[in-house]
Design a protein around this ligand. Sequence first.
Ligand code: ASP
Length: 455
Amino acid sequence: MDRKSRGNGGMRGRKKMSKVVKFGGSSLANAEQFKKVADIIHADKSRRYVVPSAPGKRFKEDTKVTDMLYDCYALADAGKDFKKALQEIKKRYQEIIDGLKLELSLEDEFNVIEKCFKEKAGRDYAASRGEYLNGIVLAAYLGFEFIDAAEVIFFDEEGSWDGTKIHDVLNKRVMGCKNVVIPGFYGSLPDGRIKTFSRGGSDITGSIVAQAVGVDVYENWTDVSGVLIADPRIIDNPKGIEVVTYRELRELSYMGFNVLHEDAIFPVRVEGIPINIRNTNAPEDEGTWIVGSTCQKSKYVITGIAGKKGFCSVSVEKDMMNSEIGFGRKVLTAFEDQGISFEHMPSGIDTLTVFVHQDEFMDKEQKVVAGIHRMVKPDAIEIESDLALIAVVGRGMKSTRGTAGRIFSALAHSNVNVKMIDQGSSELNIIIGVNNADFETAIRAIYDIFVLTAV
Ligand code: ASP
C-alpha cells in the first residue's frame, strides 16, 4: 500500500489545539445516539473535524445501513426491483431526522441515489451513501459545514490513498472553516468514481484527516471504554489498558484484538499523533491512549494478552541440522511452494518447527511433507494439530526480570502443557503455543498472575 504523505507536524505548534473526532456506527445508530454525539462535540471546542460512520445496529439483531445498501444494490445490479429496499434505508434516516426535529429533507439525495443505482454506479458508490447521508444529517444537526469526502479524500489508479493530494486539497478546503463534517469510509478515484476502504474504513478516514490537517489528537469514539487487557469472553470484566504503543497494538491486533481498522494506525503514526479510544455511552471515561512512544510505565508488567486457535506444528528432525547451510530456507520452500505462509519457526539443534494455520495447511499436508523430504532428507517429521498461540505483549517486559518464569510457573500450576515458546528479539512479546483445549485456561492463568494478583 502506498502511503504518500507529507509532514505537517511543524505547523502544529502555532495552531490552537484541534482534534479529529470519529464516531462509529453504533454511536450514530439513532436520534438518541446523535444527541450524545452532539453533546460530546459541543463540550470541547477543539473537536473541529468530525468523521461519522453510517448508522450501525440499534439492537443486536438489527442490520447496519451499510449492509442494507450492499443488499439493495445487489438487487439493482441484478436488474431486480430495489425500491422497497431503498425505502427501508430512507426510513432509517427519516427516523433520525424526526427524532432530532430537524428541518431537513433527503428527498433529492434519494432520487439521485435511485437513479445511480439504476445506472449501476457500483457497489462502492452504493456503500458510501451510508456515510454520505449520515454526514449530511450530522452536519445539519451540529450546524457544521459538510464536506463530501469525494472532494477531499483521493485514491490513485492503484487504489491506494494519495496522501500528498489529500494534504493539499483538504488543507485548502478547510481553510477558514471553523468546524466541518467529513463522512468516513470513501473517497474518489482519479476518474471521479467513488471508492471505499475495506469494512470499518471510517477509522482510516479519521486518521488520514488527522494527519493531513495536523491535529493534536485523533479521538475515536465507539461503544467500549477503550482497549481491554484480555478478551472479555474469556476473562470476566477485564481491566482496561490506559496507554498502549502503536507497536504493542500491532502485535495484539495481529493476534486477534479488534479495536481499530489495522490501516488506521499508519497515517497518524508518521506524525506522532496519539489516538484516544473513547466510549460515546460513557464519555467521562478516559479510554485508551495509543501513542508512538511513552515514558509512562504500564500499570502491569504486561500490556495485553491475545491469542488464536487453530494452528498446526510441523517439526522436522535431522541430526546435525544446525550445521547444514540452507536447511531452514529449504524447509520453508516446501511450504512456500504450496502457497502456505508460516507464523512462527522456533528451532533447536536438531529440530526445527514450523507453525502454520491448520485450515490453510490441511489440504496440502502431504504435498508439503513430500516437499520437505525431497528438499532436506529429514530423519523424521512430526505433525501436531489443534494448537493455539498466545501472545503476551508489553513494553514493560524488557525491563522486568523473571517475566517468562512467572508465565511458565503460572501455566504449570494450571496444568497447562507448553508446546512452544518464542520471545521476539524486541522483548515486546512472548508467544506461547498450547493445545486448543488449554487456550482459555492459559489466558486466565496469565491474566491472574500479572493483573489480578499483581503487587
Ligand atoms: N460503514 C462501514 C462499515 O460498516 C464503514 C465504517 O463503519 O467504518 O464497514
